[in-house]
Design a protein around this ligand. Sequence first.
Ligand SMILES: [Zn+2]
Length: 250
Amino acid sequence: MKKFVTAILVFDLIAGLLFLGLQESRGQIPTAGEAAAGEVTAWAGGSSAADGRSGWDKRDVTDDEDVRKVAITFDDGPHPFYTEQLLDGLKERGVHATFFVTGAHAELHPDIIKRMQEEGHLIGNHTYSHIQLRRGNREVFKEELIKTNEIIKEITGEEVEFVRPPYGSWDKSFEKELNMFPVLWNVDPLDWSSSNVSRIVEKIVNKTGENDIILMHDYYDTSVTAALEAIDELMEKGYTFVTVDEILFD
Ligand SMILES: [Zn+2]
C-alpha cells in the first residue's frame, strides 16, 4: 500500500498548492479554481495527478487479499448503439461496470438503463446536461443532479448514490445535501481523444493497478472496442472487475 501513501501525499501537496482541472470529456478544458477562494474544486485525473485520490479512499483495502480488484467506469451515455455493444461484450465476459449517465441520455434510452440494472451494473449520475460546476452556477448544477436522480430512479426504482461530476468539479457540501458520493478516477486513457484502439488499450493496461478506477466513455466505437480488449488483458493479468462501490467501501 506504499503506492497509496505516496499518492495521497503527492496529491495533498498538489491540492494544497493549486487545483488543476483536466478535461474529462471531449473538447473543453475547465478553468482552474483557487483552493482558498471558493468551494468548487476540481481534480486532475490520470497519471498527471500521480494517481491522485481524494479523501474518499484514504485507507487500505485489505480484505480479499488474494483478489486484485479494479473498476471500469463509462461516462456520458447511454449511447443508442455503442452502449448496447458494450453491454453485450461485458455480458460475454461476466464483467460488471459502472455507468455515469446523463439525465438527458437516460431519458432518451430508458431501456438501456434498465438493461444495465438487470445485468448487474452500477448506475450513477453525471448531471442532466453534462454541466460543469463553476462558481455562480451551484444551484443549477444541484438541480441537474436532483433531476437526473429522479429520472434514473423512475426507471430503476432505486436511489442513486454515486455521482461523477463532469470535469471533476465538485462541491463537497453536496455530499450531505444530496446524500451522494462523488467518484473520481485514477486511470484516464483519454479515450475520447483518440481513434487508435491499440494505443488506448496500451494506456489502460500500463497504468492500471489494484483498486484503480478507470475512466472511459461509452459514446465512441473505438472506446468500446478498446475497453473490451483492455478488460481481456487485465483479466489475463489476474484482475477482477467490480463496480466502484466495491473499491470505495469494501
Ligand atoms: Zn462526461
